[in-house]
Design a protein around this ligand. Structure first.
Ligand code: AGP
Length: 607
């Protein structure tokens, strides 16, 4: 998805902008550009392709302006091209705009502007914005007013940075349904769509809410609502270390993030399980309320949804509350049965996923209580939800989610145990044993990470395959879906995750000599059942990698990866690690860009 960076201060803006764009490369993009204010004139430089190409354009090093905006574009309206890249300007190059999001009524606005003498050089939805600002500026002679009037005309989602040659010492930024943060420096201010872009400059952040407009100068940050009434905002200090957004000697962010999982999980558990009952700073549920809950919905997208699938088993077993897991893009349109007796939990690493946020708003409209689980403090979803809890896993940069998944499963598990303690529907011993197993996780993850060499060898054998199958039962099935997604995302190999018991109902027709099957076997009550399914594929010539905490004996597997034993309700936190390594090493063998897989973006801020 598109990325935004901005700077206003006393330093040369262009290197700061380029550096910020490089840090946002992980979001996925196909063109890049910057605009700086050069002696009261806007200079735009942009091109199709990588930020490094932009940085090599003739003249870019001569830019001296101390105020600038920058963008990486992920094409939606109009193919990747120089004309369609941002910044977009008005017809007279007096206003420059970068935009994340989609303007749904751009066609109508184009027609209106054409009737008023404007013309268009790009196919973007964005180009209407600088022209509309120009249209209103001619009436109002005031940039802030022109932007506010423009925003009132826009339908859709947007995060905007705006420069004008008429007010060359200022920048205006605003947002609706698309993230934007402001980093406060000393006599300078930074703007970004994502914290990591500017984390090396400041830890003090303002998080914009929808329909807020900000006027920035070197020294001042003034906030207004859409009617331009002043509002006040608090700074939030982000405690991520600067190196957390660096590769730190690893080849790729994904490899770093896989290896960070012991410390990420320590961060997630924090002090919650230290002594006595679990407490969440931001939650205050009582027994009466929890007993009134008839259903829990866990709603999310992609990997976050897979984390929900693991938690479903735990919530039903420990809390005795029926729990449904739903894909956010489906949930929001299928008229789910929600009322005040429904508790809705939304998971989003980035906290900016458009479908998940929309699904949360739906629950609020239907009087359900909502909990957001996110990794990003102050992110959009946390500002919409009734309650927010954080995974504290540190920034995740690689597009393929790894430590976010495990930290989400851990946090959901702790949340489930917190409810179980209040509800008293299971024996204390069961709760205590699970708590202890969660506390043991960081050291068991460290042990599990040692499988990387064996997985690398297996990856070397199978990286040329075109199809793979992941089989498991119970929570092992849930982790198979995640393993399969990881493989698809970064190795471009087609794969399917199946509940082993479903094999005979269709998928076994695909098993033939030499096919690769990954079998996850950690749910001890289901070992015999899973093994008999796996034997069926071995008999038909499949090459099987088994990931297990059990002693399976010699059953004809190609490779067996032994992982530590833990409670089956949380075993995916360990069994996913070999699956993450498998996707990673296959992608490396194929020479692919692990951190920035094709067509994908780190946070999906549009529908
Ligand atoms: C995971 O590897 C994916 N990149 C993707 O499925 C991701 O989990 C999904 O887009 C949800 O993102 P979120 O957690 O930021 O909402």
């Amino acid at each position: 998805m598109c990325g935004i960076v901005g700077y206003i201060g006393n330093k040369k803006a262009s290197p700061i902008l380029i550096n910020g764009l490089l840090r946002l490369e992980y979001r996925g993009y196909d063109s890049a550009g910057i605009a700086t204010m050069e002696e009261n004139q806007i200079v735009v430089m942009k091109n199709k392709g990588r930020v490094n190409n932009l940085n090599q354009l003739a003249g870019i090093n001569d830019l001296k302006g101390t105020l600038g905006i920058a963008h990486t574009r992920w094409a939606t309206h109009g193919k990747p091209s120089n004309e369609n890249s941002h910044p977009q300007t008005d017809n007279s190059n007096e206003f420059a705009v970068v935009h994340n999001g989609i303007i749904e009524n751009y066609h109508e606005l184009r027609e209106f502007l054409k009737e008023n003498g404007y013309y268009f050089v790009s196919q973007t939805d964005t180009e209407v914005i600088p022209n509309l600002i120009d249209y209103y500026y001619k009436k109002e002679n005031n940039l802030l007013k022109a932007v506010s009037m423009t925003c009132k005309d826009l339908k859709g989602s947007f995060a905007l940075e705006i420069l004008s040659k008429y007010e060359p010492d200022k920048m205006i930024v605003t947002r609706k349904d698309s993230p934007l943060v402001i980093g406060k420096g000393n006599g300078e201010n930074y703007i970004a769509s994502d914290i990591p872009a500017i984390l090396s400059y400041t830890k003090d952040f303002y998080f914009l809410d929808d329909n807020e407009i900000v006027e920035l100068t070197n020294k001042d940050v003034k906030f207004y609502n859409l009617d331009l009434e002043p509002i006040s905002k608090q700074i939030k200090v982000i405690d991520w270390g600067t190196s957390s957004a660096e590769k730190d000697g690893y080849d790729d962010f994904m490899l770093k993030e896989i290896n960070e999982q012991p410390s990420a999980i320590r961060g997630t558990i924090g002090a919650k399980l230290d002594n006595g009952n679990i407490e969440f700073e931001n939650l205050n549920f009582n027994k009466e309320y929890l007993e009134s809950i008839k259903k829990i919905y866990i709603v999310a997208c992609g990997t976050a949804m897979h984390a929900g699938l693991v938690a479903k088993t735990l919530f039903e077993k420990m809390c005795k509350i029926p729990t449904e897991v739903d894909i956010a893009s489906e949930f929001r349109y299928r008229e789910p049965l929600i009322d005040e007796k429904t508790l809705c939990i939304y998971i989003s690493q980035s906290g900016e996923t458009a479908d998940t946020i929309a699904a949360l708003k739906l629950a609020k409209q239907n009087n359900a209580k909502t909990i957001a689980i996110s990794n990003v403090i102050g992110s959009s979803i946390t500002r919409e939800a009734d309650y927010s809890i954080y995974t504290h896993a540190g920034p995740e940069i690689a597009v393929a989610s790894t430590k976010a998944y495990t930290s989400q499963v851990v946090l959901l598990s702790v949340l489930g145990i917190y409810f179980a303690e209040i509800l008293e529907r299971v024996y204390n011993q069961e709760i205590d044993e699970l708590k202890q197993e969660i506390l043991n996780l960081p050291s068991k993850i460290e042990e599990t990470l040692k499988c990387c060499k064996d997985i690398k060898k297996f990856a070397n054998k199978v990286y040329k395959e075109t199809d793979m199958f992941f089989l498991g039962r119970g929570t092992d099935y849930a982790v198979c879906l995640e393993g399969s997604l990881k493989l698809k995302e970064i190795s471009y190999i087609h794969s399917e995750g199946y509940a082993s018991g479903e094999l005979k109902h269709g998928p076994i027709a695909l098993i033939e000599n030499g096919v690769t099957v990954i079998s996850v076997i950690t749910n001890s009550n289901l070992v015999d059942k899973t093994i008999s399914n796996v034997q069926e594929v071995i008999t038909r010539g499949a090459k099987v990698l088994a990931i297990t905490s059990e002693n399976l004996g010699d059953l004809g597997f190609d490779t067996v990866i032994k992982i530590p034993k833990t409670n089956k309700l949380i075993s995916p936190i360990l069994s996913v690690i070999p699956l993450q390594f498998l996707a990673y090493y296959i992608s490396k063998e194929k020479g692919l860009d692990v951190d920035k897989p094709r067509n994908l973006a780190k946070s999906v801020t549009v529908e």
